[in-house]
Design a protein around this ligand. Sequence first.
Ligand code: UFG
Length: 333
Amino acid sequence: MSILVTGGAGYIGSHTVVELLNTNREVVIVDDFSNSKPEVLDAIKKITGKDFKFYNIDYSDKEKMDKVFKENKIDAVLNFAGYKAVGESVQKPIEYYTNNVAGTLNLLDVMRNNNVKKFVFSSSATVYGKPEVIPITEDCKTGGTTNPYGTSKLFIEQILKDLYKSDNSWEIVILRYFNPIGAHESGLIGEEPQGIPNNLMPYIVRVANGTLKELSVFGNDYNTHDGTGVRDYIHVVDLAKGHINALEKLEKEGQGLYIYNLGTGKGYSVLDIVKAFEESTGMKVPYKIAPRREGDIDICYSDPTKAKEELGWVAEKDLNQMCKDSWNYINKK
Ligand code: UFG
């Protein structure tokens, strides 16, 4: 039996494939390299010493995906294929809703037709909108997303809830990621944003290596300990491992729809991150204070207790390791 991983050459997908292979699972990857590179597949093989099946296709293509299900014995699907750039989603709502929402619907339809009903979905802390309570638990209110990317995650969560209600032989885990950073310790896979990065850590590493001049810190008048935005940064390898726990939960528990936060439960500000990065790498990160970025919130960090109690999962890597591994990846390229 194999695990089908859509978007398996992407940032979180590739790290999860490594963990799947390390735990001796058979893997089938579907990726069309729309936001990733073929070299990633070789890197995964190098890291794990293991092989997998690969299809260069669009995950939303029903006919081609049906063939993948017919040619392989698929046990469960992990869906990482999706567009994820917040700013771009505002410019291209049709593309985002088509790829993320319609794409997932097509995938679920093909799964149903092939009687495969184990599904792990990559959701995001963004579904909580502007959180009313910190730390955020899974039963906090969702909604109030401020961009089509975030809304696409919210819509898919609702679709999954409706699907489960209609047929509770489905086995679904929704994982709400907080802010993944870092890279595999080998430095062979990591985050590869196209163009100028939007997210904090990819920007910081490019300032440190001189590709970009200085970091703009978006706002220093937030209601936080130093005025800059606070987030729950989680090492991508910890996040990847959370998917193994999610699969084990489905193997043990079976039918149900389960929702978990994947975060560390700790909040760090932008300036905390700059300081931690400088200390753990010895590199300087020049920065200036810039105006707030539209749609940003003050504070967002998780209460990860439910994942600990029900999945037996906790994030193990600290901020120092996250900074070191982010830096190691960009240096090795
Ligand atoms: N920031 C800067 N300068 C930059 C980039 C970011 O000061 O150049 C600040 C932001 O204002 C924010 C913090 O760094 O306070 C983190 O920003 P990111 O863009 O790295 O991450 P976000 O929290 O905005 O968003 C991320 C993902 C989303 C996801 C969300 C979930 O990009 O996909 O986390 O909470 F939805």
